[in-house]
Design a protein around this ligand. Structure first.
Ligand code: AMP
Ligand code: GLY
Length: 438
């Protein structure tokens, strides 16, 4: 089977690595890919908006499965365009929803109302549009802080402001609704109740009828040690998540995953691919913070190494509508992913620095994201450069292995969080717990 994978980040490198292990695979193409994906498939340059060229490529290369890594092409309707094409519709299966399903990520207002319609636990909310600034500010006057203000549309993960300061909240609302902050994405805002708890990312794969839970992960979103500083795309991940035990994950399955897939079906929204449920664990109860219609980055780099099942077999299950018959088999060990970023990220940073030491890493998978080739030399090319994933029999061992491997890689501007996973490590108790400090 020939596969086209869309994307060029660390998530896609991990997906390419995993797909390449499948005995069902003949050829893997990645667009645009990165220097890491080249080791598992062929990188190709494709303009996804040029339907004629895309069709010619898919037909010429006999592509059966198109896997979409990032959300933007899905929100843009790539899936719809492929299946509307008479020459493609019976041969190509797209892993990733159509535009209607992608609204779960593309519009926070749609996602909130969907959850409300299907009784899926989430923070209470109100929506305000242009011309409703006064009502939005009055709403802020009435509710208790902290205030959670979100741009309705896609804003690259930056469209959320949380503040306890009423004046600041009012200014944010004015900037979004009248000042064009976040452009069209901010022309409608969602104000929601603040949820106090611990966050995690849960994932499923579905053919629209059946679904299978994938391993959950905890993402480290802030740039600084101890979860401080600005939000990033994600600085590391651990999987499984110690505070998401079997009971909790059963609740996620029953109260979030199942009603979401049922709800999509009831609303006539055919959905295939991955669903990412951004959750808050509030005293043992799951609440949905957001949906994404894709896998997470860097969560994917932690969960795919744990997935024992053949990913392409799951995709084949989606293509034939038989996902219910497939198995998701997961490695019990803990995986820790440490992102190696670039000094200055998520703001300005330098690129072009040679990356050394990759060949020294034995005890980890190294997935590339912001890298490029300058001649034969691998150099930095983005804010998040690499993701290093290691296994351990427990969290502590996995953290040690990942940090040890990360230490072997060197480049100018290297920055990483040394505390990935430390906050959720189980404190030793009982006899001997104090021995280490003697
Ligand atoms: P989102 O883009 O919706 O995922 O929000 C970005 C981040 O803001 C989340 O990862 C949470 O850390 C935080 N956040 C969003 N909504 C809430 C909420 N209702 N209560 C508390 N924190 C939230
Ligand atoms: N790591 C969070 C995301 O992929 O959106």
């Amino acid at each position: 089977m020939n596969v086209l994978l869309i994307g060029g980040g660390g998530r896609e490198h991990a997906m390419a690595w995993k797909i390449a292990q499948s005995s069902l695979l003949d050829e893997l193409y990645v667009t645009p890919g990165n220097p890491g994906t080249v080791r598992h498939g062929r990188n190709v340059d494709l303009d996804l908006n040029d339907q004629k060229k895309l069709r010619a490529f898919l037909l010429e290369k006999r592509i059966r499965i198109v896997v979409v890594g990032p959300e933007a092409p899905l929100v843009d309707g790539l899936h719809d365009r492929i299946v509307a094409d008479p020459q493609l519709k019976d041969i190509v299966t797209v892993i990733g929803p159509k535009q209607a399903g992608a609204r779960l990520e593309g519009s926070k207002e749609f996602a909130k109302e969907f959850m409300f319609r299907h009784n899926i636990p989430t923070a209470a909310h109100r929506v305000f549009g242009q011309g409703e600034l006064k009502a939005a500010v009055e709403h802020i006057e009435r509710v208790t802080p902290p205030f959670v203000i979100k741009a309705d549309g896609l804003a690259s993960g930056k469209g959320v402001v949380i503040t306890s300061d009423r004046k600041e909240a009012a200014k944010v609302l004015k900037d979004m609704l009248e000042g064009g902050r976040f452009g069209a994405a901010g022309s409608r805002v969602v104000i929601e109740q603040f949820l106090k708890g611990v966050e995690l990312s849960a994932f499923l794969i579905t053919d629209g009828e059946a679904f299978k839970m994938l391993p959950a992960a905890k993402d480290y979103k802030r740039i600084g040690v101890g979860d401080t500083g600005p939000n990033t795309g994600g600085m590391g991940a651990v999987s499984p998540v110690p505070f998401a035990d079997k009971d909790f994950m059963q609740k996620v399955h029953d109260r979030v995953a199942a009603p979401t897939i049922r709800g999509l079906r009831k609303e006539g929204i055919a959905y295939s691919g991955f669903l990412f449920m951004g959750l808050m664990n509030v005293n043992g109860e799951p609440y949905v913070i957001e949906y994404n219609v894709r896998l997470g980055d860097p969560e994917t780099q932690a969960i795919l190494p744990r997935l024992r099942s053949d990913l392409l077999d799951l995709f084949e299950g989606i293509a034939s509508g038989t996902l219910s018959e497939r198995h998701v088999d997961v490695d019990d060990r803990t995986a820790v992913t440490v992102v190696l970023a670039n000094e200055g990220y998520p703001n300005d940073f330098e690129t072009g620095a040679p990356i050394n030491g990759l060949e020294l890493v034995r005890d980890a998978y190294v997935f590339q994201s912001g890298t490029a080739l300058k001649g034969d030399t691998l150099v930095t090319a983005g804010g998040r450069v690499l993701a290093v994933t290691s296994f351990g029999k427990d969290l502590e061992q996995a953290i040690l292995a990942a940090q040890r491997s990360a230490a072997l890689i060197a480049y100018e501007g290297k920055y990483l969080r040394p505390d990935i996973g430390l906050d959720v490590i189980k404190q030793p108790t009982g006899k001997g717990a104090q021995q280490a400090v003697k």
